[in-house]
Design a protein around this ligand. Structure first.
Ligand code: ATP
Ligand code: MG
Length: 393
């Protein structure tokens, strides 16, 4: 269920048709208070355009502390940097424009996924004496910032450092790792089903496709209808298995906090957060880091990567760092060669190792290989449930 606060009946009707699942609506914040008192498990609150900004942010601020599993989503008539900055500061999870309500679908889904993740225990990876490689998840909640570009080039960088590497494409809706490497896989994540529950090293290795450079990839599902067949539990087992067979497993993700990304987070030695110098990307990263904090993902494993760092767009890297409260670990310049290498089906790191983009990514890879013992905390191995308890008490 989702609760909408809006006094304009026309907007209520529009919003109700867009939001997936059941929607209850009230017309004021007072009525919302009464509703939430009766429904303590409600996890998605949409504040319509008729709720004044100052009241909306005050409400979001109180919800952030009193009900961390509840997401507040804001609908505004205009989206400008002022609105986004205020929303970010108060803990609003998403802001959507009245004239384009479609992003509400994903925002509400994210709210439900987050609440579920915070309520349900995650399975802790079994401790094993087997070889354990590092899992590095490349993530951002904004599309097109360069996640797949960085994931593929980072994998090539690890390879250049003599690491055995595998890339897993968890972007089940629009994964393009295979396309970027001009591969035509015959097996993919959706074939996990064919292993009939016996997900072992031999079975998982059989699902990989090899690039001529030697990089191995586990491709995203190849057919539309197969996308829903991949479960987070299966992904979790596959990632554990790959960690026993490779030194480094690089995971590319979709621009959403979906269950599959959460499975990867739970086993990640490092989380590479990708941003670009624009307000929407900054807003998305701020919200993403807020959610990661709520999930108690240790900040010690985050690495902030600024892609297209040389863009002259008014926002500076220093402002970017200040807003996020995170230091930039790596800055990757813009280059036409990035796309040119994709068109050749190669990574830039492998084809032009001296290129500034390649040098930056290899440096990042080196810090992830060699930085681990000194400055990274080991991944949290307890179930997420226990981590949450620790935060509350
Ligand atoms: N540093 C860069 N310089 C120039 N072009 C870049 C750079 N990084 C990424 N690009 C280009 O930007 C586009 C988007 O990159 P990419 O597909 O890696 O983003 P993404 O975050 O994975 O997107 P999605 O969310 O759709 O999966 C691509 O065309 C890519 O070639
Ligand atoms: Mg991508």
């Amino acid at each position: 269920m989702t609760i909408l606060v809006e006094s304009d009946r026309t907007l209520v009707e529009e919003v109700v048709t867009v939001i997936p699942g059941e929607v209850a609506s009230v017309s004021s914040l007072d009525e919302l208070d009464a509703y939430l008192y009766e429904h303590p498990d409600e996890c998605a609150v949409v504040l319509g355009a008729s709720v004044p900004m100052n009241l909306a942010t005050r409400f979001a601020d109180s919800v952030r502390i009193a009900r961390p599993a509840t997401s507040v989503i804001l609908i505004r008539k205009r989206l400008d940097s002022n609105v986004l900055a205020n929303a970010m500061r108060s803990g609003v999870r998403d802001v959507v424009a009245v004239r384009e309500l479609e992003p509400l679908v994903d925002a509400v889904r994210r709210a439900h996924t987050l609440a579920e993740a915070m309520r349900s225990p995650a399975t802790a990876p079994a401790e094993t004496s087997e070889h354990r490689g590092s899992l590095i998840t490349v993530f951002s909640t904004k599309g097109g910032v360069g996640k797949s570009t960085i994931a593929t080039n980072l994998a090539a960088a690890f390879q250049s450092l003599d690491q055995r590497v595998c890339i897993v494409d968890l972007d089940v809706q629009g994964g393009d790792v295979a396309i970027m490497l001009q591969l035509f896989p015959t097996r993919s994540l959706s074939d996990i089903e064919s292993l009939r529950g016996a997900i072992d090293t031999t079975g998982v290795l059989a699902l990989l496709t090899e690039h001529h450079s030697g990089l191995k990839i586990l491709a995203a599902p190849l057919h539309l209808e197969a996308r829903d067949s991949v479960s987070p539990e299966q992904v979790s087992t596959v990632l554990q298995t790959l960690k026993t067979a490779f030194d480094v497993v690089v995971v590319d993700t979709s621009p959403a906090f979906d269950d599959l990304a959460l499975s990867a987070f739970d086993q990640s030695e490092y989380l590479v957060l990708v941003g670009t110098l624009d307000i929407p990307a900054l807003k998305n990263l701020k919200m993403a880091t807020g959610t990661l904090d709520l999930l108690n993902m240790s900040r010690g494993i985050w690495r902030l990567v600024l892609n297209r760092a040389d863009a002259k767009v008014g926002l500076t890297p220093a402002e970017f760092e200040k807003t996020l409260g995170l230091a930039i670990s790596s800055s990757i310049p813009t280059s036409r060669e990035v796309l040119a290498s994709v068109n050749r089906g190669e990574t830039l790191v492998a084809s032009q190792p001296r290129h500034p983009v390649s040098l930056a990514i290899v440096d990042l890879a080196r810090s992830l290989v060699h930085g681990a013992p000194e400055d990274a905390e080991p991944p949290a191995r307890e179930p997420r449930f226990f981590r949450r308890l620790k935060r509350v008490t």
